[in-house]
Design a protein around this ligand. Structure first.
Ligand code: G4P
Ligand code: NA
Ligand code: NA
Length: 189
């Protein structure tokens, strides 16, 4: 997606060889025009799949997931992060390690918002190692819902998340792929 690529070139700050800061458009501020365009693109990619629900994880996935849900005219549900594992039987909980943050978090989705008749697209801002996505994929599987695929704004293709999830047979659509951040410069695929 050319517009997203241009914005990343404009506002992206390479922190180190693994991490790019995109606070101005994804992780601290929201550009409504860009976010709406991303939602339209995700909707175009999954339009023929009879999507019934868009899912994401709080917090940075929420605006783009909302934009996609708006375009497809379906509800959006965001998994919540909890400090302690919720053993409540009314919720699906999964523990997710974070390579970037060096800690684990527990994500949860209330059973009332996900059913076996749902056809779900999972949206997120970044995919790095894919741990967050895999946690949500496990929740979707446990609910009996159909996972149609992933929609990711920025795939860091030098990290394994996108590739390994595709290899497991799941459709992964990324709006841009960053092949490298080495030496402080952003290289797109
Ligand atoms: P993974 O899920 O793909 O394995 O990624 P990882 O655990 O390494 O990522 C932890 C958090 O860092 C996630 O945000 C993820 O979106 C974000 N992240 C990963 N790589 C980058 C990067 O290069 N730049 C930026 N800006 N963020 C990155 P989160 O914990 O879900 O937080 P939130 O932003 O959704 O609140
Ligand atoms: Na995220
Ligand atoms: Na994030």
């Amino acid at each position: 997606m050319e517009l997203l690529k241009q914005k990343i070139k404009e506002v992206g700050i390479v922190v180190n060889d693994d991490v790019i800061k995109l606070d101005a458009i994804l992780n601290h501020a929201v550009d409504p025009v860009l976010t709406t365009a991303m939602g339209k693109e995700f909707a175009r990619l999954y339009r023929e799949e009879n999507v019934t629900k868009i899912m994401t994880i709080e917090s940075s996935g929420i605006p783009i997931a909302f934009a996609a849900a708006q375009e497809l005219n379906v509800p959006m549900v965001f998994a919540r992060r909890k400090k302690t594992l919720n053993t409540d039987t009314e919720t699906y909980c999964e523990r997710v390690p974070s390579f970037t943050k060096g800690m684990v978090t527990d994500i949860m989705v209330s059973r009332e918002f996900l059913s076996e008749t749902d056809r779900v697209v999972l949206i997120d801002d970044f995919i790095a190692n894919g741990d967050a996505a895999r946690g949500l994929i496990r929740i979707i599987r446990r609910s009996g819902a159909t996972l149609l695929g992933l929609g990711i704004a920025v795939e860091k293709s030098f990290q394994a998340g996108g590739r390994t999830i595709r290899e497991s047979g799941i459709r992964v659509e990324s709006l841009v792929k960053i092949a490298s951040l080495s030496g402080g410069s952003i290289e797109f695929e």
